[in-house]
Design a binder for this molecule. Sequence first.
Ligand code: KG4
Ligand code: ZN
Length: 337
Amino acid sequence: MRILGIESSCDETAASVVEDGRRVLSNVIASQVEEHKLYGGVVPEIASRRHCEAITGVTDRALREAGTDLSQIDAIAVTYAPGLIGALLVGVNFAKGLALSSGKPLVPVHHLRSHIAANYLSNPNLTPPFLCLVVSGGHTHLIDVKDYTDMRIIGYTHDDAAGEAFDKAARAMGMPYPGGIHLDKVAEGGNDRAFSLPRPSVDGAPYDFSFSGLKTSVINLLHNARQKNETVCIPDLAASYRRAVVDCLVRGTMRAAEDTGARTLVIAGGVSANRLLRRQLERECQKRGLVFCRPELCYCGDNGAMVASQGYYEFLSGVRASAGLNACANMAVDTLE
Ligand code: KG4
Ligand code: ZN
């Protein structure tokens, strides 16, 4: 079964054709990052406009590169929540038009569910149940994935998402948007013991996270140094900060794995590309005899293939959108609307 997946929740316009939820036939991404870099973050209005310009060409290319056309597609899957509302609406309306004109079924896909599904593309033997740490620009969740379309949030961040915490600290360190990627690279050459930073936890909620205090301590450290005209070794600070964020993520995740008796641990979302996070979780899983899965780097960020993959499993479980499908800026991953 061939699914066309369409993604436009943030600053990537993407389309892909995936067979049976696992085999990627094409994966086309038009990134707007260079333009948003000028403003230090995503400008929602610009994002929507660029999606409008790119979406027809990106979808056309995805079909061509898969060696197929719309007539050979079985269903169209589209990200409808959560994300920037003006950006989501472009993909949703485009997909609705395509589905209506071609008579193909339309499948609405939750963005975080599709990040989780990126793992089905990279790990052919992975099947639920598993425990998943979803770490993206806007979310940090520990999710008990019981089945492809049945999941429960068991831990979450009380303030900043991990990606947001990386991006904001990186910006204070003078790195361009999206800072998390740069911070990760710079940290590789630094000493992660050079600065002593806190590892905040949430009282009585061992699977929850809180990053805003940690982020603020780094921003204050930089301000104080500037006022005193002292120079800060950025690679050392980046390494110490990355270590602190990753320690918090690993601590909560391994505690949840132990308590829930999970046998397989999966990571997903943009921050799952983080080198230290991948290394540390792999090591901890090895120690405990757990299977550890992560997406290939090309499927960590936003893409259409993960939408098509999750769309396949949603389709199999009977999920269909009506012509009245709307986009939604906020929606929990374990809610079905
Ligand atoms: O999942 P994603 O592409 O978009 C959202 O759904 O939010 O995640 C983007 C986030 C950004 O905050 C970006 O800085 C972060 O993922 N990111 C990283 C790395 N690569 C991307 N953060 C830390 N280390 C990385 N290697
Ligand atoms: Zn995302």
